[in-house]
Design a protein around this ligand. Sequence first.
Ligand code: UTP
Length: 289
Amino acid sequence: MKITKAVIPAAGLGTRVLPATKAMPKEMFPLVDKPAIQYIVEEAANSGITDILIITNRGKGIIEDHFDRIPELEKNLLLSKKNETCDIIKQISYISNVFFLRQKEAKGLGHAVLQAKSFVGNEPFAVLYGDDVIISEKPVCSELISSFEEFGLAVVGTQKIKDSEISKYSSLKVKKIRKNIFRCDDMIEKPNKNEVMSLYAILGRCVLVPEIFDILENTEPGNGGEIQLTDAMRILAQTRGMIAVEYSGTRHDVGSKFGTAKACVQIAAEHPEIGNKFKLFIKEFAKSL
Ligand code: UTP
C-alpha cells in the first residue's frame, strides 16, 4: 500500500531550549531563513507524502500561519518588484495538504501520535518528529518508505549514538539484513547501562502501521510520566518485528541548544546566497578558538 500520509508531532513544551520557547515554538526556530518545520514538511513532500497532520497545541498557531497565504504581503512584494520572494512565500502553502490538530495536554510523543488516529484511518503512515531536521541527499522519509514497501513491516530510522549518550535516547535490538538495513525485534526507551541493546537509537523518523493506535491506547505512561511512542513500538517489534534503517545525512535536534546551533552553521555554510561569506567568517572565527 502506498504511503501518502504523515504525522508531525509538534506539541512538545520545548523545555530544553527555554527561554527561546517561552513564546516561540521550537519547530519555528529560523534555520537561517526557513523555520525548522518547513524543512520537515518538505522532506515529507519529497518522499511522496501528500497529506500531513501537524499536532500542535496552545501557542503554536504561528505554525498554521506559516503554511497559510498572506495576500497583503504578496501584494506588497509584487509592488516592490520582489517577484521571486513572492513566489517563495506563496509556494509554502502548496508544499503539501497540511492539516492541524491540537494535543490538549503534552502527555508525550506517543499520546501526540495517538491524536492522529482518525486522520490516518487504516493505512500505514510516516511520523517525522517536529524538532528533528535531517539534511541529506535523499529524503530520509523516502528511504524508510522504500523499506516498508520491501518488507511490509513498520520501520524506524536510526543512527549510532555514543556509548556515553545512549541512555538519553532509545536503544534497538538489531540484526543486520544487509548494509544499512536491520531487523529489529526489541527496543527500550532511555535504557540504564545494563539495559542497552545496541548503540542504535531511534532518531526522528518512522513508518508505522495502524495497529499502533490500539497499542498506544493501552500504553501506560512510561519514562517521565509520558506516553512513550517507543514503548508502543516495542510491542510492535516484539510481536510482528520491525525494520531499522541506518540513514545517512546529518540530524539536528532543534529541541536542544547544540542541535539548533549546528543546524544553523550547516545550513548557513551550504546556503546559495550567504554560504561563501559565512564559510570565510567561520574560518576566521575558528582561528580565535
Ligand atoms: P521531545 O521529547 O523532544 O519534545 O519530543 P519536548 O517534550 O518538547 O522536549 P523537552 O521539553 O525539551 O524535553 C519529540 C517531538 O515530539 C513532540 C515534540 O514537539 C517534538 O517535536 N511532542 C512531544 C508532542 O507533540 N507532544 C508531546 O506531548 C511531547
